[in-house]
Structure formats: structure tokens, C-alpha cells
Design a protein. Structure first.
Length: 310
């Protein structure tokens, strides 16, 4: 049994939440005001809530927790209870959660800008508002510079560059060649150059093998991608701790950074994923940004004892 699954989380019941998504990458967003909440409790909440049969169902939970400074602080936990570290679509949902409820200072609404603190750093978020209802419809996140160093991706092997061959046991493949990119979390990108399309790639078989490869200290996210033209890329993602998702913001950024480093695309690229399209901009050496639609699906309240929505 996963240790987190045995932790009592009923003290947080009933739990109010928003179900949200960015291009189909879906989350349950809520606040926890208790400064003593533990990672074990957050992990247990993720396991309970994200289960698509016995919970609400989501790729992860985004939790607002107390911060030592004035910034908003969020934690992301994946559906399997693991710490997600960085989640760009989750950050965008988190920003909408606060803007739409009127929970921010007036200057945030005037500028459409806030800073959000994560466990791997503070990020800038800019939003735009739908003129029909004054609610957030799109959000842009600035992520700093991609890191191509193998150490940043938690690779166990001693490498001199950012290319890696991951051995797998899946016929007819014996290895998967990837480029390593960290966006605050590790990514391994495989460019399809043998005529295989993104749609036909056996991601459900290969994804878990690459994710769990012993070459990575703490697993990895895995992307497959193909160039459509210099302004458009198509990709699918196998997310660490989740499985295949309809979109992944940090994965889209990693794919664009990989393509840009190879001279394959321009400095503004649309990354097409099964759940929708994200716009990635890397015009300077310092900052890569992601922009896309963000949506509230519904809000609810769950009794953590019996699993019923109340």
C-alpha cells in the first residue's frame, strides 16, 4: 500500500475545490490554510481526489499553502501522490482561481500580473480577461531559461552533452534517443524522424519505460514530437506520476526549447497537443514564456470520509 493512502485526511473535510484545465490538462485547485500540513497529507489528498473512479478525477492537485512572504505559494502533487515540482498549466489555473474570485489586491487587476511561488522558484504570470464577464480567459507564464545540463534533469550517467540513449525492452525498439531539457522539472524529448507520426507512436508502452528508466534519479517526463513547419510543432506527453495527458505546459516549453536549440523552428512556436495548442515564445536567451487558454469546469465540495460531492 502507498504510505500516503493510509494517512487520515478527514480533518480537511468537507473540502471545497475548483475543477480546472489548461488544454485538457486538468487539476483540482483549492486552499489549505493550515501551516502544519505535511507533504504526506498533500500526497494522500492527491491520491484520494484525483482517482477518476473513486474521487473527482484529475491529473493532479494544485494547493494554495501559507507562504513566508507576500507572494502566493502553490504546491502541485500528481495523481499518483508524487510531488510535481513544476507545472505550467497548473500555475495558469492557479492564477485564474485567485483572479476570478476577487482575492487579489487592486493593482493585480489593473496590471493583470502576479507572482506565484513554487518549490523550484518564483514565476511571473500575466492574464487577460474576457470582456463579456471580466473573468480570466488566457494566462501567460514566464519560466526563465531552459537548462540543457544533464545534472538538472537528474541523469545518473556521466554525459558531456544533452543527448542520451535510453535502453528499453520493447520490440522492435531497443533504445530511445532523447534530448534532455529541464524547465524546473526534467524532460526527455524524442524527435520522430523515421516516418512515424505522433498519433501512431506507442506512447502507452514506451512512455512508462522511459519515465522509470534507472538512468534518471527521480523519473522523468517524456515527450515525442515532430516538426510541422518552423512555426508549428506537434507533440504528445507521458507525464511523470500521471501517464499520458492531453497537454503539458512545461513539456510544451521543453519541446520548443529542444527544437530551437537545433535550429528547427522560429522564436515563436505553436505546440499542438491532443488537448489544444499552446504558444511558446523564446525570443531572448533569458526567458521562455507559455501562453494559452485556461478554463474553469466547475466548483464543488467533497466529503473526504464517504467520497460524496456535497
Amino acid at each position: 500500500m502507498n504510505q500516503a493512502s493510509s494517512i487520515d485526511i478527514q480533518r480537511f473535510s468537507p473540502l471545497s475545490f475548483w475543477k480546472m484545465h489548461g488544454c485538457g490538462n486538468d487539476f483540482l485547485v483549492f486552499e489549505i490554510e493550515d501551516p502544519g500540513i505535511t507533504d504526506g497529507e498533500l500526497s494522500a489528498l492527491a491520491l484520494r481526489l484525483c482517482n477518476r473512479n473513486f474521487g473527482v478525477g484529475a491529473d493532479g492537485i494544485i494547493v494554495s499553502v501559507p507562504s513566508d512572504n507576500e507572494n502566493l505559494m502553490m504546491r502541485i502533487f500528481n495523481a499518483d501522490g508524487s510531488d510535481g515540482e513544476m507545472c505550467v498549466n497548473g500555475i495558469r489555473c492557479f492564477a485564474k482561481f485567485y483572479f476570478d474570485q476577487g482575492l487579489l489586491e487592486n493593482d493585480a487587476y489593473a496590471s493583470g500580473h502576479i507572482q506565484i511561488e513554487t518549490t523550484v522558484g518564483t514565476v511571473d504570470v500575466s492574464v487577460t480577461f474576457d470582456p463579456n464577464d471580466n473573468l480570466v480567459d488566457r494566462a501567460k507564464v514566464g519560466l526563465g531559461r531552459p537548462d540543457f545540463e544533464p545534472k538538472a534533469c537528474g541523469v545518473n550517467e556521466a554525459l558531456t552533452g544533452d543527448l542520451l540513449s535510453v535502453p528499453i525492452d520493447y520490440q522492435p525498439m531497443s533504445k530511445v534517443d532523447v534530448q534532455l531539457v529541464s524547465m524546473g522539472n526534467p524532460h526527455a524529448i524524442n524527435w520522430l524522424e523515421d516516418g512515424t507520426s505522433v498519433e501512431d507512436y506507442p506512447l502507452s508502452h514506451v512512455g512508462p519505460l522511459v519515465e522509470a528508466s534507472r538512468m534518471f534519479q527521480n523519473r522523468t517526463n517524456f515527450e515525442i514530437a515532430e516538426i510541422i513547419n518552423e512555426k508549428r510543432v506537434r507533440a504528445r506527453v507521458w507525464e511523470r506520476g500521471v501517464g499520458e495527458t492531453l497537454a503539458c505546459g512545461s513539456g510544451a516549453c521543453a519541446v520548443m526549447a529542444s527544437a530551437r536549440s537545433r535550429g528547427l523552428v522560429s522564436d515563436v512556436v505553436e505546440v499542438e497537443m491532443p488537448g489544444g495548442t499552446l504558444v511558446i515564445d523564446w525570443r531572448s536567451n533569458d526567458e521562455i514564456t507559455l501562453e494559452g487558454a485556461v478554463t474553469k469546469v466547475f466548483d464543488g465540495c467533497m466529503d473526504l470520509g464517504n467520497g460524496l460531492l456535497v
